[in-house]
Design a protein around this ligand. Structure first.
Ligand SMILES: Cc1cc2nc3c(=O)[nH]c(=O)nc-3n(C[C@H](O)[C@H](O)[C@H](O)COP(=O)(O)OP(=O)(O)OC[C@H]3O[C@@H](n4cnc5c(N)ncnc54)[C@H](O)[C@@H]3O)c2cc1C
Length: 211
């Protein structure tokens, strides 16, 4: 799965983060400043980032984000364009002698659930506390448990990120009508459950906001 990431010199079009689930593919909206907004488009792997004109990208964002129903997007020139492959990886363990891995060096997450930087900050905090314990009190329990403690959070975030990735994306790239039909059915069921089940909504909120 690939995203085209765009930084637009345009005010945000929504008050909140916007995830648009469309048969043509995912689109995302993230406010950055009153003058700058980040957008994402699910993108055909192998297509260059500059293959589409700005007009075509805005028109596609309008379609996927339902501008006809929810109002037009605020348009402006794109300051940046980049392609992001939605890859995931984990290194185990996170400690190799006196080397401690943290952040993306320890675990890569697809950006679908916006967890990577949050996990990196958490690992830095755990490591800083462990280093203080070892260096000021000679207590190495924090360093000894560093890898296991971080991996617990990392795998939880990976599981939620995988769930979000499957929720957000239509599957035009995977090919095969039977596979696409089945995936589309699962996706509809996930969305329906998220709309109607309080338990599911609480689970989603705890995972989306927490680390
Ligand atoms: C499109 C996209 C959107 C994302 N959105 C979110 C989000 O909304 N929320 C979220 O929590 N996460 C998000 N992430 C993930 C987040 O950006 C990363 O997980 C986070 O930046 C990892 O922090 P890090 O410090 O480990 O690595 P980095 O931020 O990559 O920092 C590593 C630094 O090391 C420097 N460096 C590399 N090699 C060397 C060297 N040899 N010598 C010196 N310096 C070096 C690099 O230049 C860089 O500055 C997103 C990622 C992507 C790709």
């Amino acid at each position: 799965m690939t995203w085209l990431g765009l930084l637009a010199e345009a005010p945000p079009s929504l008050d909140a983060v916007g995830y648009a689930l469309h048969d043509r593919g995912f689109a995302g909206h993230m406010a950055r400043t009153p003058q700058v907004t980040r957008y994402y488009l699910q993108w055909q792997r192998g297509t260059a980032a500059d293959a589409w004109s700005e007009q075509r990208i805005w028109d596609e964002l309008d379609i996927r984000m339902g501008a006809a129903d929810h109002g037009p997007l605020h348009r402006g020139p794109f300051r940046e364009r980049g392609l992001f492959d939605l890859t995931c990886d984990v290194i185990e363990p996170l400690r190799h002698g006196s080397l401690f891995l943290a952040g993306d060096a320890a675990s890569l997450l697809a950006p679908a659930a916006a967890k990577g930087a949050n996990l990196a900050v958490l690992a830095a905090e755990i490591l800083a506390t462990a280093l203080l314990g070892a260096l000021t009190r000679g207590d190495t329990t924090g360093l000894d448990g560093y890898s296991d403690r971080c991996l617990e959070h990392i795998w939880k975030a990976q599981e939620f990120t995988g769930w979000m990735t499957r929720l957000l994306h239509s599957a035009p790239e995977t090919g095969g009508d039977a596979g696409s039909f089945f995936q589309a059915g699962l996706r509809r069921s996930r969305i329906a459950s998220l709309r109607t089940s309080r338990i599911h909504q609480d689970w989603f909120a705890a995972n989306y906001v927490g680390v």
